[in-house]
Write a protein that binds this ligand. Structure first.
Ligand SMILES: Nc1ncnc2c1ncn2[C@@H]1O[C@H](COP(=O)(O)OP(=O)(O)OP(=O)(O)O)[C@@H](O)[C@H]1O
Ligand SMILES: [Mg+2]
Length: 263
């Protein structure tokens, strides 16, 4: 179990995410479901955290609260020092758009947009000019290794490239935290490893990444692993020797290009 700096006031000031005794209840046809039963956790800038645990253990509830999509039932949650518990829904919408990047599974669902348009969509706060919006979107696409795919439509990209576009979109507003809920089931092993490499680079540059996964292989690329069971954190460990994507890729056979376009 991680016996970290939790009780030291100095570390409180440093933590990007500070969660204390947080609970989340859902009303569900006549019954009250306790999705989270009082969890406490601190996460610093640049950590790459795997959220693990069996089905219905609370992983997505935790991610949705981190991303300010939902409000906790009780306890405290501060992101960048902002008290999410006391925020209005408008304030949470602002926090979400400014500080949180969600990686969705599908650029492919919106078929008529170019990668550049799709990535630029969330950039609306503070940036009004089209030119600036495009510049930010281009920068995000460069960060995920797709500088040459800006004007491609989804069907012109491989699944791995579509996933990268989704990551670029999550990065468009320079978020503090990036949230990914099970990104890899539809991807082949090699593409999954490439995606892990991109997420690791983000965390190395200071973006905190939370990744829900049930696969130990995928979690082995992260620097910290938190395991949920029945709404509680049952294990929280630093991974001092995370796998690196480049090493794993070197040991893998190369596969034919997907969709006719190199990844
Ligand atoms: N919107 C909701 N309304 C009612 N109950 C919910 C809601 N969201 C989650 N729950 C319940 O809360 C519990 C935790 O669900 P959650 O989705 O957080 O688990 P999970 O670990 O992400 O599971 P999975 O691995 O299946 O995605 C479950 O019992 C689930 O049924
Ligand atoms: Mg889930």
């Amino acid at each position: 179990m991680r016996t970290n700096e939790v009780t030291s006031p100095a570390s409180w000031a440093r933590s990007l995410v500070e969660i204390d005794r947080l609970t989340k209840d859902y009303e569900s046809v006549g019954a009250n479901v306790q999705a989270l039963k009082g969890i406490s956790v601190r996460v610093s800038r640049g950590e790459f955290v795997a959220i693990m645990g069996s089905a219905r253990s609370g992983k997505s509830s935790f991610l949705n609260i981190l991303g300010c999509l939902e409000k906790p039932t009780s306890g405290t949650y501060a992101l960048e020092g902002m008290d999410v518990m006391k925020s209005t829904s408008e304030e949470r919408a602002y926090i979400r758009s400014r500080y949180v990047g969600f990686v969705s599974q599908g650029f492919d669902r919106i078929s008529r947009m170019t990668a550049l348009e799709y990535v630029g969509l969330p950039i609306f706060y503070s940036i009004v000019s089209n030119h600036l919006r495009n510049e930010k979107a281009k920068e995000a696409l460069r960060k995920v290794g797709l500088p040459d795919s800006m004007y491609h439509l989804p069907h012109q990209l491989s699944r791995g490239q579509q996933q990268r576009v989704s990551i670029a979109r999550a990065l468009a507003n320079d978020p503090s935290i990036v949230l990914v809920d099970e990104p890899t089931p539809q991807l082949d092993r090699r593409t999954s490893v490439e995606v892990m490499g991109i997420l690791r680079e983000l965390s190395d540059r200071g973006t905190t990444v939370f990744l829900v996964t049930q696969e130990p292989f995928i979690a082995s690329f992260t620097t910290r692993q938190i395991v949920f069971r029945e709404g509680l954190i049952v294990s929280d460990r630093d991974n001092h020797s995370p796998r690196t994507a480049s090493e794993v890729l070197n040991d893998m056979p190369s596969i034919p290009m997907q969709g006719g376009i190199a990844a």
